[in-house]
Design a protein around this ligand. Structure first.
Ligand SMILES: [Zn+2]
Length: 304
């Protein structure tokens, strides 16, 4: 990866997808042009805007209409907002899910850390959204904090009917990582892994994730990667900072293995792999990787 001198961006060696951007957050008001331009410059070509409530999901859809080349969105209600989930919510989310830019149901799941909504409300809203995902065939964008046992049980009982799901911003322990992988889920890793204080356990764990189950995200404006050399003055995270997450994950894998699933671990390989995983998972247009094409034996044959 190279670093530009002008703005201290790390540039990804292959097109990345940031699978979790809270672009409707008020901290980004009036800055969308700049945020997206800067992401493109850093090689973060596609952003999935997270829908955390009906209003935020609708706002996310509006943003996608403004930037159809770069943005897609998820439609859902976050566990913190589960108390707002009523009879009309599923119908509204279902309407949103019909839009081509809607690539997943969520953010949903369970958060027993702060219980802004009661556990009962969270479980009811979660199950309603699982049913919506089954009905629409869309993958799920999932959140979980301090609620592994219950979330695992619920997901397990529906797993056979669900197309796909990602545990976004995974920060759990080995037991929960292995549990989610047993359910054949994808794992989203944020800048939490870059935190030299609370991210140590995750740094030791990430190499256990098979390369075909790994995706990366910023969860911006939250979780500014602490390994950034020069941090922005406003301390707001941005999708353009995703390569710092890629950088840390590469180091964490390399500490345990230099090769995984037959792939040599380096930033290019992980950029290609995590980007391709996200493009497949969210059903996005595929991109060409020139580095790969150069070594395509078939075209090499015709070049002779
Ligand atoms: Zn979350």
């Amino acid at each position: 990866m190279s670093e530009t001198s002008t703005n201290n961006l790390l540039i990804s060696p292959a097109p990345l997808v940031d699978i979790g951007v809270n672009l409707t957050n008020s901290r980004f008001d009036g800055k969308h042009d700049e945020i997206i331009e800067q992401s493109l410059e850093a090689g973060v070509k596609t952003l999935i805007v997270t829908g955390t409530s009906v209003a935020e999901s609708e706002a996310a859809f509006k943003l996608c209409q403004q930037y159809p080349e770069q943005l897609y969105f998820t439609a859902g209600v976050h566990p913190h907002d589960a108390s707002s989930y009523d009879n009309t919510t599923s119908a509204t989310l279902k309407d949103l899910s019909k839009e081509a830019a809607c690539v997943a149901i969520g953010e949903t799941g369970l958060d027993f850390n702060r219980n802004f909504s009661t556990p009962e409300q969270q479980i009811a809203a979660f199950e309603a959204q699982i049913e919506l995902a089954i009905e629409t065939g869309k993958p799920m964008f999932l959140h979980e904090r301090d609620a592994f046992t219950r979330q695992f049980e619920i997901l397990k009982s529906y797993r056979d009917q669900l197309s796909n799901a990602v545990i976004h911003c995974f920060t759990g322990d080995q037991k929960s990582l292995f549990g989610y992988l047993d359910l054949d889920l994808y794992i989203g890793i944020t800048g939490w892994v870059c935190d030299e204080r609370r991210g140590i356990e995750l740094q030791q764990l990430v190499h256990n994730i098979p390369l075909d189950r790994l995706m990366i995200e910023t969860d911006s404006p939250y979780l500014l990667p602490r390994n950034m050399v020069k941090k922005p003055k406003d301390r707001s995270n941005r999708p353009a900072f995703l390569p710092w997450v890629l950088h840390q994950i590469t180091q964490s894998y390399q500490q345990h293995t230099l090769e995984k699933d037959g792939v040599a671990i380096n930033e290019l390989a992980l950029a290609i792999k995590t980007g391709d995983n996200a493009r497949t998972f969210f059903n996005l247009p595929s991109v060409e990787h020139p580095q790969e094409k150069e070594h395509d034996p078939v075209s090499d044959f015709y070049r002779l």
